[in-house]
Design a protein around this ligand. Structure first.
Ligand code: HEM
Length: 493
């Protein structure tokens, strides 16, 4: 347990769990930490059972509320059964359709981000791209969900060569920075709680460590929700009705209830789900492009041939960029936005095996932690070059035969009833931003000297395994994948 907990802040991403599985020579293991059934798995078929075929036998369970309740209330991430179905049904219609207005939102905030990058390129300056992408996805997700944004892109950003390590990336000291810090720190605290399991209260004897952060976040969210509830009352009085294209998730939630808390948590759950994951995808994509110039060159050629050197991408244009899609798929294979996940079993389950040997017995009331990132990097599933970043594999039917025959080996958005409803939004947003970057910049140079103290990859990693040996930054995870200390780069025109 301590090894897993320590790994959260000190190890390579999911290193300790991978090592424990390697030591035992298996892909699914009951760690029985302190006599409790605590199963970890990087077996795609076992994961498929949990997510899909035996879905009804697993739940988030009461521990989800215990560990995440102060931050996420009764939202879609915390609930099961009918409550979860109701929350999900409210959210899905917004994420499932192609809305022209989404691209207007991407355009508005991508322009702001590009202006910042442009200034940096002209001045030969260094900036933290992970921070910039997190602001871009926060502003665009907020506008999409609430109808307006906090304008995070205009607030002060981490200072190159002088930044401290923050909760995930680099820290900023202004008041808005404290909102961002709370938003990230609360996720780190919750991740530690999951790893410490039933023992986490021992580490929080002086008080609930998520509460102060939840208070900062709620202080920011409450006025918006209160105003929306007041507007609803006023609109009802005047018989005003919004058409579906104008509606935000906030409008919809407000229409379904008068309870401020339910609306607030409804929004917060989707904001949490959508912001850091998509920022992570953008961050890791650019990081990989800095390491693989041939991929950058081919991607740039595709974008320029479809869009030209200016002009905003449309949904149609994105559909005509197979290599872009391959680059994003390959990034999500190696650095899935949610590298791991957790459920608890309600009843016993028999887990199927790939080689036809007898199924594995999965006990009731046991916890399962699935490790998407480790499964995506398994050589027996993805081939000897499984640790290589090679988007071309996605365009080669022969190399993709294993995946086509067994789609369970690639699940960055999960599978089954709880599959990510934001997949289309996320991929559109990421394709949009990466296209604009390809149009405007010839590339990005990594600036290792700007990485805050304590966040550079330790020299001992060179003797490690797989990608750990070649990392130029420190990939880590707390709910979502991120680069410790940020991605410090110099944009080049
Ligand atoms: C690259 C970006 C993204 C990735 C990799 C990703 C991945 C995932 C994964 C793996 C889950 C399942 C988590 C679990 O059950 O343990 C999930 C759930 C969810 N995602 Fe995403 N996501 C992304 C972007 C988004 C966006 C942009 C939104 C919304 C704007 C969103 C909304 C949600 C919601 C609401 C859930 C909860 C679904 C439920 O429990 O029924 N996601 N996502």
């Amino acid at each position: 347990m301590l090894r897993f907990a320590k790994d959260l802040r000190q190890g390579y991403i999911l290193q300790a769990m991978g090592e424990v599985l390697d030591e035992h020579g298996c892909d699914t293991l009951n760690t029985r930490i302190l006599w409790k059934d605590n199963i970890i798995t990087r077996d795609d078929l076992h994961m498929r059972s949990v997510h899909m075929t035996s879905f009804e036998s697993f739940e988030r369970g009461p521990e989800a509320a215990e560990k995440m309740g102060a931050f996420l209330g009764n939202g879609v991430f915390v609930t099961d059964g009918n409550r979860w179905k109701r929350e999900r049904a409210l959210i899905r219609p917004f994420l499932n359709k192609e809305r022209v207005s989404d691209f207007e939102i991407f355009t508005k905030y991508a322009e702001k981000a590009l202006a910042i990058l442009n200034d940096a390129a002209e001045a030969g300056a260094t900036l933290d791209l992970q921070d910039l992408f997190s602001r871009f996805t926060l502003d665009s997700a907020s506008e999409f969900l609430l109808g307006h944004a906090p304008d995070a892109l205009s607030a002060s950003r981490p200072v190159p060569f002088h930044s401290r390590i923050g909760s995930k990336g680099a820290a900023t000291d202004d008041p808005f920075g404290s909102f961002l810090y709370s938003f990230e720190e609360v996720q780190v605290t919750i991740s530690l709680r999951w790893r410490l399991n039933t023992f986490f209260p021992l580490y929080e004897m002086l008080g609930d460590k998520t509460k102060p952060h939840a208070d900062v976040i709620n202080k920011w969210m409450k006025p918006t929700v209160m105003k929306a509830l007041q507007d609803k009352a006023r609109d009802r009085e005047h018989g005003v009705k919004l058409n579906s294209e104008e509606r935000t998730l906030l409008d919809s939630l407000v229409e379904s209830t008068d309870d401020e808390e339910t609306v607030r948590y409804g929004i917060l759950n989707v904001l949490m789900a959508g912001r850091d994951t998509t920022a992570g995808l953008l961050t890791f994509t650019v990081y990989l492009l800095t390491m693989y110039p041939d991929v950058l060159k081919r991607l740039k050629e595709e974008v320029l041939s479809v869009l030209g050197s200016s002009g905003n991408p449309t949904q149609e244009a994105i559909r005509n960029m197979p290599y872009m899609n391959a680059v994003l798929s390959e990034t999500l294979r190696l650095y899935p936005g949610a590298p791991m996940g957790i459920r608890n079993s309600i009843t016993e389950v028999l887990l199927p095996t790939a080689d036809g040997s007898p199924p594995l017995y999965f006990p009731p009331r046991a916890r399962v932690t699935w490790l998407t990132l480790l499964m995506h990097r398994r050589a027996d599933l993805w081939g000897a070059d499984c640790e290589e970043f090679d988007p071309a594999r996605w365009l080669d039917p022969a190399r993709m035969a294993a995946y086509n025959a067994r789609p369970s080996i690639y699940v960055p958005f999960l599978s089954g009833p709880r599959m990510c409803p934001g997949q289309m939004f996320a991929l559109s947003e990421a394709s949009f931003m990466i296209s604009r970057l390809m149009q405007k910049f010839s590339g990005f140079e990594l600036v290792p000297e700007a990485i805050p103290e304590g966040a550079a990859p330790p020299p001992a990693w060179k003797n490690g395994k797989g990608r750990q040996r070649i990392e130029k930054v420190w990939p880590s995870t707390a709910f979502t994948a991120f680069i410790k200390g940020g991605l410090w780069v110099r944009p080049v025109h």
